[in-house]
Design a binder for this molecule. Structure first.
Ligand SMILES: NC(=O)c1ccc[n+]([C@@H]2O[C@H](COP(=O)([O-])OP(=O)(O)OC[C@H]3O[C@@H](n4cnc5c(N)ncnc54)[C@H](OP(=O)(O)O)[C@@H]3O)[C@@H](O)[C@H]2O)c1
Length: 270
């Protein structure tokens, strides 16, 4: 089976590296890549022993699975010119474009094209993406399984109903940056209190990692855990109360809503 990539930027690099050099699950020889300038595709092809293609037509001609790795606003520029080639080769088309719905993608391709929509996140670079996936009516179970296998090389994959995709984009996508900001703010506070920033950031990140494992592996809910950490008249309850009094939870809810609304707006924009 051959895999084609149109675009060779940040996310495609993470995926192709995950498939090849990262997990060694796929041979570079079955991967075909192109990009606008050609330079990024050539560099990625060289590192991963994949095939560089001069244009998207060459990629489509070689592909059983075609991954659209360009920015969302580029899709309406390139797909109308490529849709005949895509229809005659009939690969499974995978889009990683943020906010772009299956219905929107269907409108740019020939009727009955099998399409999978995927939302990875930037932690794909170290094989730790939380990836959401959904499909249209023309995708077979085998094709869905093939698509999942690709994204399992860059982390975990969860099937999401398309109507929940915007929600997923917030908690599985944008919240990566929320988590980075949380860790940065805490380690800056530690810096203010005299600890070197690098050491503080490492400790904060390890603590977030451990806390995430408690929820995932020990299957614990957050509030019982918070209760265990807060001793009567102790130190932690002071911090929790201060966070609550200053709108920590309501601010997160507002941030969630802001991302959700923007994601839906991008999805509706043609
Ligand atoms: N980055 C993330 O964290 C992230 C997370 C989830 C989803 N995504 C999605 O992933 C997609 C790519 O994002 P990115 O961050 O990887 O973008 P990026 O780094 O800017 O890469 C975009 C790629 O598209 C290529 N390109 C642009 N126009 C083209 C054309 N006409 N024909 C062929 N290739 C073309 C560019 O070629 P050149 O290299 O020659 O300029 C570049 O390689 C987006 O749809 C985004 O929504 C990204």
């Amino acid at each position: 089976m051959n895999f084609g990539f149109i675009g060779a930027g940040n996310m495609v690099s993470a995926i192709v590296k995950g498939m090849t050099t990262g997990t060694k699950s796929y041979e570079g020889s079955c991967i075909y890549i192109t990009s606008k300038s050609g330079t990024s595709a050539q560099e990625l092809a060289k590192i991963t022993s994949a095939n560089y293609c001069k244009n998207a037509q060459e990629v489509i001609a070689a592909s059983d699975i075609l991954i659209l790795g360009v920015k969302p606003h580029i899709l309406p520029e390139i797909l109308p010119q490529l849709k005949k080639e895509i229809a005659s080769k009939n690969p499974l088309v995978i889009s990683i474009a943020a906010g772009k719905t299956l219905q929107y993608l269907e409108s740019l391709l020939q009727p009955q094209t099998p399409i999978v929509r995927v939302m990875p996140n930037i932690n794909a670079k170290i094989g730790a993406s939380t990836t959401g996936i959904c499909k249209n009516a023309f995708v077979t179970e085998k094709q869905l399984s093939d698509a999942k296998s690709i994204f399992e090389t860059i982390g975990s994959v969860t099937e999401i109903a398309e109507e929940q995709f915007s929600v997923f984009s917030v908690i599985g996508g944008a919240s990566v940056a929320f988590a980075y900001l949380y860790m940065d703010a805490l380690s800056r506070a530690a810096l203010k209190a005299g600890m070197p920033k690098k050491q503080a950031l490492e400790i904060t990140a390890q603590t977030v990692l451990g806390s995430a494992k408690m929820i995932l592996e020990a299957k614990e809910e957050p509030w019982p855990l918070i209760d265990q950490v807060c001793s009567p008249a102790g130190t932690t309850i002071e911090g929790i109360s201060t966070l609550q009094e200053n709108g920590f939870e309501s601010t997160l809810t507002k941030a969630f809503d802001a991302v959700l609304n923007k994601d839906k707006w991008i999805g509706e924009k043609k």
